[in-house]
Design a binder for this molecule. Structure first.
Ligand code: FE
Length: 341
């Protein structure tokens, strides 16, 4: 090589190295969460690590479809999803890769860790009972099982039986009382319905307040959001509705999760693991959970949410989220079998 060419090459190499150093490290985040407070969380991660987050927000189903379609060419590094049933479906479709991290395995309890470290839950929510104070006595609806009893004939409302929140609840019941009794329960709820399933959890709370339904199921954050609302119409709804922590004398209240995973073909795997570890840190945990009135999952992190504290102490079901995930397909078959639309 002549001297001039060598010098040119050296300059070119130096130039490319310099350009590389200036290029910020990037993390592609596919998120089904869309809470204002998450924004601050992502900015804080960038401040701490210098890694810039490029975010794609889609609803859960659309997000999974996108990952499937992109396949090995997907730029996704981290995937954030809501509900064990959806984490299960993504896991089954091979959209995640396992992560081994001492920080994650030390901080996130086994109850909230996916099979083989395929995903980690960063916040928890429960599924509670709400009832109309005029038409239903609280002692009649102390458990999920009570919703299937003859006393609740024509009074029960829920969202669709195919919705992940209902599938995961049934998955928990399969774990606790077995497939046969869980099937009888689902059939019993169908027989007790005040109306065909429709709407989201907030719609069920409103229908309970209006008297159309006597009793319904809701994730806790929808209830807390309504309790905290300044709107007069929400205050009116809340005044007519009672809240019950279910199954306090037996299995405890069903717990579900919102969680994250490293995408199967993550181009920036190291940054992806760093981000999950960051989500497990004390401050990120409080932010992540609080933004949607949820409980932090990491060990030793306390909730800082007065709305959740106001629900009072409760016994939580300890069924692992990975068991809920594993039962999801069976739950869907049971829902179909008993005609839970
Ligand atoms: Fe929700």
């Amino acid at each position: 090589m002549n001297r001039i060419l060598k010098a040119t090459l050296a300059v070119a190499l130096l130039g490319s190295a310099a350009a590389h150093a200036q290029e910020p490290q990037v993390l592609n985040l596919y998120s089904a969460r869309h809470y204002y407070t998450d924004e601050a969380l992502y900015n804080d991660f960038t401040k701490q690590t210098g890694i810039v987050i490029k975010r794609l927000e889609l609803k859960d189903e659309a997000l999974l479809e996108r990952l499937r379609n992109e396949g090995p060419r997907s730029p996704a590094d981290v995937v954030l999803l809501v509900d064990a049933a959806r984490l299960a479906s993504a896991q089954e479709q091979g959209l995640f890769q396992p992560v081994k991290s001492k920080i994650l395995s030390d901080r996130i309890p086994a109850q909230y860790t996916g099979q083989d470290g395929l995903w980690y839950a960063f916040s928890a929510r429960s599924r509670a009972i709400v009832y109309n104070k005029d038409t239903v006595k609280p002692e009649e609806v102390q458990s999920y099982e009570d919703l299937a009893k003859p006393a609740m004939k024509g009074k029960v409302c829920t969202r669709s039986g195919s919705h992940p929140y209902m599938l995961s609840l049934l998955s928990g019941m399969i774990a606790n009382i077995g497939e046969k009794k869980a099937t009888e329960w689902a059939a019993g709820v169908v027989a007790n319905m005040a109306r065909a399933p429709k709407g989201g959890d907030t719609d069920q709370i409103k229908a309970v307040a209006s008297g159309e339904c006597g009793v319904a199921l809701t994730n806790t954050y929808y209830w807390v959001r309504m309790v905290n609302s300044d709107k007069q119409e929400d205050k009116d709804v809340v005044s007519k509705v009672g809240f019950i922590w279910p199954n306090q004398k037996t299995t405890g209240a069903h717990m579900n999760v919102s969680g994250g995973a490293v995408a199967a073909y993550a181009p920036n795997k190291a940054a992806a693991v760093k981000f999950l570890e960051y989500l497990a840190s004390d401050s990120a945990q409080q932010y992540f959970a609080n933004g949607n009135n949820e409980w932090p999952t990491a060990k030793g992190v306390k909730t800082n949410n007065p709305g959740l504290e106001a629900l009072g102490p409760y016994k939580a079901d300890v069924t692992p989220a990975k068991t809920l995930a594993a039962n999801t397909a069976l739950s869907q078959r049971i829902m179909d079998k008993v005609g839970y639309k």
